[in-house]
Write a protein that binds this ligand. Structure first.
Ligand code: UD1
Ligand code: UDP
Length: 383
């Protein structure tokens, strides 16, 4: 039986790989050997625990304040040792983290086919998001199979000369994960959040972590949130803080003593999706949250200058607002007080998937490895 190795290391990769790992483990066509790099530690383990994933190999590379080069070299070194001991028939990498690109490079050097999940996202600016735009372009150059979430991402790949036969539009596996989780009504570990859920108060859910926003932009976000908290006493701001101390040091000081701001540790995925479904407005610079919130009909303000996820912007549910303090305050104010504007953004749309991305992924892998055939693509009618 062909051995397929999913390789992942951060929270979003784990969430988006979990439906594929579950499908591989149920399948009788493949042996699944899970390798984690440990680029994230607590945030990775939290997801694996929820989805019952027990890694076969753990490179345990995390160092506090790690550099991009350290993530890259420690991952390639660890995988090199692993592949010398035994090669899988294919590896699966997800998205655009440095774990993902390092995994692709290490496999390519060993002649192992690379399957790229969430292929073809492009912002068009090599430096934003940094280093993700470069990471995903590099992976596209060396992958054997490109699993594009949408037809837009497929078009990006074809425009760069990737062979159309090697691209399959699957939808994004994050929607599989979301649909499997969101209705479970998982209780909040933090009693403040359970109390908030029962209160029915309006919630502004905030996440931030992007490398290019660290420093001045994040300090501005902190000031903007403090001003919103003061101006809107009935609103509650919920901020599950990323584990990165650089993020916390920039954003949190301005929020100290604000009684309508709840700062939490990263929420376990089930708790986070429940909080998303309770939220009135979402303010974020996350990639995954831009994909999930539109499915739940939540208006999303994205604190970035560009996005590689234009589909929900086109649908009107996501708005790019940049990172300026005044703009953040003004856009949240408008959504809170202009009913027509809120209604125009609060549409449930599903441009990123239908919950069958993992099934399409497995079928495409089966065809690559000669054990099966592909099924209908996302966005095309079933025949
Ligand atoms: C990484 C990815 C980014 C992705 C993000 C998701 C790269 C270069 N960046 O960014 O694409 O959007 O994950 O969250 O691959 N830390 C912990 N424990 C954890 C996680 C992080 O202590 O569980 C701290 C460490 O001090 C670490 C720092 O956070 O040095 C930053 O982590 P790192 O993986 O380097 O970058 P992220 O900003 O998380
Ligand atoms: N998420 C979570 N707990 C949190 C915050 C986010 O489980 O406290 C989930 C969220 O639902 C999404 C993913 O983490 O699926 C996004 O991760 P992140 O923003 O760290 O990375 P990005 O998507 O920007 O690469």
């Amino acid at each position: 039986m062909p051995v397929v190795m999913p390789i992942f290391g951060t929270r979003p990769e784990a969430i988006k790989m979990a439906p594929i790992v579950a499908a591989l483990e149920q399948s009788e066509l493949f042996d699944c050997v899970v390798t984690v790099t440990g680029q994230h530690r607590e945030m990775l383990d939290q997801v694996n625990q929820l989805f019952g994933i027990v890694p076969d190999h753990d490179l345990d590379i995390l160092q506090p304040g790690q550099s991009l080069s350290a993530i890259m070299t420690r991952t390639i070194d660890g995988l090199d040792t692993l592949f010398k001991a035994g090669k899988p028939d294919a590896v699966i990498v997800q998205g655009d983290t440095t774990t993902s690109t390092a995994g692709a490079i290490a496999a390519f050097y060993h002649g192992i086919p690379v399957i790229h999940v969430e292929a073809g996202l492009r912002s068009g600016n090599l430096h934003s998001p940094f280093p993700e735009e470069a990471n995903r372009k590099i992976t596209s150059q060396i992958a054997s199979l490109h699993l594009a979430p949408t037809s837009t991402s497929r078009a990006n790949l074809l425009a760069e000369g990737i062979n159309a036969d090697d691209v399959v539009v699957t939808g994004n596996t994050v929607i599989d994960a979301l649909l499997a989780t969101v209705d479970k009504n998982i209780p909040f570990t933090d009693p403040q959040l359970e109390e908030l859920a029962a209160s029915g108060r309006k919630i502004l859910l905030v996440t931030t972590h992007r490398r290019e926003n660290q420093g001045d932009a994040m300090r501005g976000m902190g000031r903007a949130l403090a001003r919103i908290a003061d101006a809107e006493p009935d609103l509650v701001i919920v901020l599950p803080a990323h584990k990165n101390p650089v993020v916390r040091e920039a954003v949190l000081p301005a929020l100290e003593g604000k009684t309508n701001v709840i700062v939490t540790e990263p929420l376990a995925y089930g708790e986070f999706t429940r909080m998303l479904s309770l939220a009135h407005i979402v303010l974020t610079d996350s990639g995954g949250v831009q994909e999930e919130a539109p499915s739940l009909g939540k208006p999303v303000l994205v604190m970035r200058e560009n996005t590689e996820r234009p589909e929900a912007v086109t649908a009107g549910t996501v708005k790019l607002i940049g990172t300026g303090e005044e703009k953040i305050v003004a856009e949240v104010h408008r959504l809170l007080h202009d009913r027509d504007h809120f209604a125009s953004m609060a549409n449930a749309v599903n441009p990123y998937g239908d919950g069958r991305a993992a099934a399409r992924t497995l079928a495409a892998i089966a065809q690559l490895l000669g054990t099966g055939t592909r099924i209908d693509e996302f966005g095309t009618a079933c025949v």
